[in-house]
Design a protein around this ligand. Structure first.
Ligand code: ARG
Length: 474
């Protein structure tokens, strides 16, 4: 008995049997690409307008199509649209639903293939995702700036090799995170710019014989040069349907954002240990142990660290997918969406959790003061003092090394050594050598660009605030 054909009205003409249920399960993408619905509808509306503008369909057919798309969009928003996996993907689900309510929809796919359609949808999605992530980055930056301002007078040791190195302010450390996030914001702007090119009209691989106007639909979809306002079009129909660079640039920006957030999270996990105890994390973003009643674990930060792994893995999946893939479209490319969507969702929530948890975090003044009181944090400043007294730096470094060893063997802090020990090693030294260990003064001497002095820090905070005002305006 001949198996009844189940679906695929759009490409079923040459087939006598329908595709197997197994193949349907295996090949459907609507379970994840329905996330593209609003972009698919936007793309179809622009395409229909372009077809009408070029005289390929009538104005009446165009408005019928657009009216139908609006109804579908409403049904999707209200959760009333029924996605049917036997229709494969988002494109066919929407087109078939549209054809049921508007016969004119049978003309919508004129001069278009799902290959340029998906390339268009994803470019629209990536532009949207970049702007959402930029918003969330700005929010996280602004929370960190508030926290920096609130704790502007608290000093802590800065670390290299996880060893106490030199004193910095909490604000200076937080501003380092702000710098990282600002670079991420710029990276998403770059990724959005890469996606800002219209592939629509490239067809399946070689364009179309119909007299379309690619610039017209590009303009409608906002694929325009940010400076000149001119439409931006892909230059080669084969590359247009095969190219996934925008996906990769987006996934890379997410992976690097994740790497940054994981480093921030690790700093916080360390600061939150009983051994450091610089920071107090809010109950809302910590969890208890089912066994040990005293525990308050920084799970949110551990997850920030952990989730960065999958952001990198998503980028790596895309590399694997694209490597060696012949031009042009191959169905492998359907697998380009889950990593991009996952990177977007995870990056979005990572930033939200970072902002929300840091909003409630507080610093322990006493613990920080205790940790930064170690005079050895200013050993380098003592070397600088000798340099100012005419000693070459290498020699000054050596002298301070000797003094550190001496203080260790005498079991007294370095700044309590006898003057004679200093004067015998540097003839120009005077009694002011001990002032080197005044923390406040040490910070006041660090007011050059990018340094942790307070005036410098305040001006950095102000310029980041101005940057955020500028960026949220756009
Ligand atoms: N669902 C498909 C994808 O995401 C859409 C393009 C299908 N094109 C094709 N020639 N089968 O890649």
């Amino acid at each position: 008995m001949k198996k009844e054909k189940k679906s695929q009205a759009s490409w079923g003409g040459r087939f006598s049997k329908s595709i197997s249920d197994l193949m349907l399960d295996f090949s459907e993408s609507v379970s994840f690409d329905s996330a593209l619905a609003r972009f698919d509808i936007q793309g179809s509306a622009a395409h229909a307008q372009m077809l009408a503008h070029s005289g390929i369909i009538s104005k009446k057919e165009c408005s019928a199509i657009i009216g139908g798309l609006k109804k579908i969009s409403k049904a999707i928003d209200e959760g009333k649209f029924v996605w049917d996996k036997s229709l494969e993907d988002v494109h066919m689900n929407i087109e078939q639903a549209l054809t049921k309510i508007e016969p004119a929809a049978a003309k919508l796919h004129t001069a278009r293939s799902r290959n340029d359609q998906i390339a268009t949808d994803m470019r629209l999605f990536i532009k949207y995702a970049c702007s959402k992530l930029r918003e969330n980055i700005s929010k996280a930056m602004s929370v960190l700036l508030d926290l920096a301002e609130k704790n502007i007078d608290i000093l802590i040791p800065g670390y290299t090799h996880m060893q106490r190195a030199q004193p910095v302010s909490v604000a200076h450390h937080l501003l380092a995170w702000v710098e990282m996030l600002a670079r991420d914001a710029e990276r998403f702007a770059f990724a959005a710019d890469g996606a800002n090119v219209s592939p629509l009209g490239s067809g399946a691989i070689a364009g179309t014989t119909l007299p379309i106007d690619r610039a017209f639909s590009a303009r409608l979809l906002g694929f325009t040069d940010t400076v000149s306002g001119d439409p931006v079009l892909t230059g080669n129909s084969m590359d247009a349907v095969a190219d996934r660079d925008a996906h990769m640039e987006f996934a890379f920006a997410c992976a690097l954002l994740g790497t940054h957030i994981s480093r921030i999270a690790e700093d916080i996990v360390i600061w939150n240990t009983s051994e450091f105890a610089f920071i107090k994390l809010p109950d809302e973003f910590t969890t208890g142990s089912s066994l040990m009643p005293q525990k308050k674990n920084p799970d949110s930060f551990e997850l920030m660290r952990g989730k960065s792994a999958r952001l990198f893995a998503n980028l790596s999946s895309l590399f694997m997918l694209l490597k060696g893939l012949p031009l042009t479209y191959n169905r492998d490319l359907q697998e380009d969406k889950p990593p991009v969507f996952d990177s977007f969702r995870q990056s979005l929530i990572l930033l939200e959790v970072l902002a929300a948890s840091m909003k409630l975090a507080t610093f322990d003044r006493a613990q920080c003061a205790q940790a930064v009181s170690d005079p050895l944090l200013l050993a380098t400043d003592l070397a600088d003092y000798f340099v100012k007294k005419g000693v070459p730096f290498r020699k000054a470094h050596h002298i301070v090394g000797e003094l550190v060893a001496l203080s260790e063997s005498k079991k007294i802090p370095i700044n309590e050594l006898d003057d004679a020990e200093i004067f015998s090693r540097c003839q120009n030294a005077d009694k002011t050598w001990r002032e080197t260990f005044n923390l406040k003064k040490a910070l006041e001497m660090r007011e050059n660009t990018g340094m942790p002095g307070k005036r410098q820090t305040v001006s950095q905070i102000n310029s980041w605030r101005a940057y955020l005002r500028e960026n949220t305006k756009a």
